[in-house]
Ligand binder design. Structure first.
Ligand SMILES: [Zn+2]
Length: 82
């Protein structure tokens, strides 16, 4: 398992977690939508799977915010079905 880390001002390596930017953030958000919307995982399981698969540590609240940040194809289908 690989944890995505960065070196911060304190000189230590930290998991990027809530400080994702650009491509990394896009990747995390897209994966969150795949896991939650397509595969039907709970927010908690989505966060756990992201850590396992991408090494990206996201809290449940962050996953919730990620998924709320845009509407993927699966979200849109759900909305249309509902
Ligand atoms: Zn979605």
């Amino acid at each position: 398992m690989v944890i995505v880390v960065e070196r911060r001002r304190d000189g230590k390596l930290h998991p990027v977690g809530g400080r994702l930017r650009g491509v990394e953030w896009n990747r995390a958000v897209n994966l969150a939508h795949q896991l939650h919307c397509r595969d039907g995982l709970s927010y908690r399981k989505t966060a756990a799977a992201m850590l396992e698969n991408l090494g990206i540590r996201r809290s449940v609240g962050q996953v919730f915010a990620d998924i709320a940040s845009f509407t993927c194809d699966y979200c849109r289908q759900d909305a249309a079905d509902g």
